[in-house]
Every structure is written in C-alpha cells, then in structure tokens.
Write a protein that binds this ligand. Structure first.
Ligand code: NDP
Length: 247
C-alpha cells in the first residue's frame, strides 16, 4: 500500500463502523486522515489512538447535513496539509420501515445525510481538486443501490441509487480534471447501522439478517485498494457482500 503513504484523506462518519475502520487502516499505512462525525468524543478518542500508534490524524465535529461543517472539515485538511488527495463520503443512516408507516421525518433525514450530506462533501472538495488537477472522491452506496430493499428499505434504496448515479455523473464530468470517482457498495457489514431504525421489530429482523455480517475492515480494505492505485487507474465501482448472502 505504498501509494497510500502521505495521502491526505478526509473521512465523514468516522466515529464508528466503516469510517473508523478505514481511518485506522489508511493511517496505519501512512495516510494523513482528517475525520468528521457528530460524536466528537469518539472522534477525539480515535484521533488520540491513531497518533499514539505513530499515525497522523485530525478530528472535527461534523454534521454532514450542515454545509458549513463539511466545508470546515475540508478546510482543516487543506490548512494543515496544503492539499487534499481523497474524500470518503461515508456518513449514512438506514432507518428502515414500510412506506405505510409514514416516517416522513426519517425519509427527510435519510435524504439529508445520505444524499445532501454527500453532496456537501463533493462541493467542498471539487474546486480544490480541480485546481490541483488531482483528487479522488469515494462514495459509500450499497447493494440496496442496485436492488430495491423492500418492504422497509425503499427510501434508503432510493438514496443509494442516487449515490451511484451522482458518483458516475461526477466521474464523467471530471475525468478530464484527473479526479477519480469510486462507488463502494457493501452489504451486511457488522456495524451500528442496523440500530438506526426507530422500530424495535425492524431492529430485531435486521439483527437476524446481520448474523452473517462481515467485518467493517473488509470495506476499509476495498477503499484502500481504490486509493492505492496509480493516478491513471480509476477503480470506479466495488461491490462487497458476505459470501452466503443472495441480496
Ligand atoms: P455506522 O452506523 O457504524 O456509521 C455511520 C456513521 O455515519 C457514524 O460514524 C455516524 O457518526 C455517521 N453519521 C450519521 N449521521 C451523520 C451526520 N448527520 N453527520 C455526520 N456523520 C453522521 O454504519 P456503517 O459504518 O455501516 O455505515 C457507513 C456507510 O456504509 C453508510 O453510508 C452506510 O449506508 C453504508 N453501508 C453500510 C452497510 C452495512 O451493512 N453496515 C451496507 C451498505 C452500505 P455520528 O453519529 O457520530 O455522527
């Protein structure tokens, strides 16, 4: 992973799961990670741990639904390191419920975090990467972005279909700027994500479904693989699921 050393990588949703694992793996391979999430205590603990182990990390309390927070996170990276090599737009939520339950506030939150928050990440880095003529935008989608996860995951799937469309559109619009774009589509990763459903019955079903879940580190390795490629190699899309899963 020698191409990872010294790279400046911003990660949203770094306080748990895939974001945390990715931060640990990239920093262990010499990347300078800049980490955002709302749970500042967890970000601070992670930053301290990475630094104690000899790595480079900065943390910033970031709510991706606030454009100014995401701008500040990216500005922190550029002010400290003078550039940004990659952003991992990873923050996401998955409150599952049938449409008839009319959990309109949860629909709004999914749109705000999974789509709008990701776009704020794009908006924050794009002018910088265009100027640098170098950059890498890595967006977390899902297998639910290929196949509608219903009943229950209809709105979540809609957000992840959107992530795939946005990332492919970005790639087409910015390949001439030497900006790489990668869609990462996981399934059933052992993280806190299934617990983001407000409905206890749903959480119970998801716990059952997640019995075959694979570790977050498997996604971190996929992200590292995409980052470590030379600048003229764009790993456009990776799908990772538990071997035994049909979804
Ligand atoms: P986790 O719940 O462990 O992590 C989600 C992260 O998103 C947390 O760090 C959380 O931090 C952050 N987050 C949530 N809301 C916000 C917000 N408003 N602003 C900033 N950060 C926010 O789940 P995963 O690691 O599994 O999820 C990572 C990504 O992977 C998501 O996009 C998810 O959709 C995707 N994914 C996961 C799958 C799985 O099976 N686990 C399958 C397919 C895709 P905090 O609460 O501190 O803000």
């Amino acid at each position: 992973m020698s191409n990872i050393a010294e790279k400046v990588v911003v990660i949203t949703g770094a306080s748990s799961g895939v974001g945390e694992s990715t931060a640990r793996l990239l920093s262990a391979n010499g990347a300078k990670v800049v980490l955002g999430a709302r749970r500042k205590d967890r970000i601070d603990a992670l930053v301290t741990d990475i630094i104690t182990k000899g790595g480079s990390a900065l943390g910033c309390k970031t709510d991706v639904t606030k454009r100014e927070d995401v701008e500040a996170l990216v500005k922190g990276a550029v002010d400290t390191h003078g550039r940004i090599d990659a952003i991992v737009n990873n923050a996401g939520i998955m409150p599952i419920a049938p449409m008839v339950a009319l959990k309109v506030e949860e629909w709004d939150r999914m749109i705000d975090v999974n789509i709008r928050g990701l776009l704020y990440g794009v908006a924050a880095v794009l002018p910088i990467m265009q100027k640098q003529k170098l950059g890498h935008i890595i967006n977390l989608a899902s297998v639910a972005g290929f196949k509608v996860f219903a009943p229950g995951g209809t709105v979540y799937s809609a957000t992840k279909f959107a992530v795939r469309a946005l990332t492919e559109g970005l790639r087409l619009e910015h390949k001439a700027d030497n900006i790489r774009c990668t869609i990462i589509s996981p399934a059933a990763i052992a993280t806190e994500l299934p617990e983001s459903s407000s409905d206890e019955a749903t959480r119970k079903n998801l716990r059952e479904f997640y019995k075959i879940a694979i570790p977050a580190d498997s996604i971190a390795r996929a992200i590292a693989y995409a980052i470590e490629q030379p600048p003229d190699v764009d790993v456009s899309e990776i799908v990772i699921r538990p071997t035994a899963l049909d979804f």
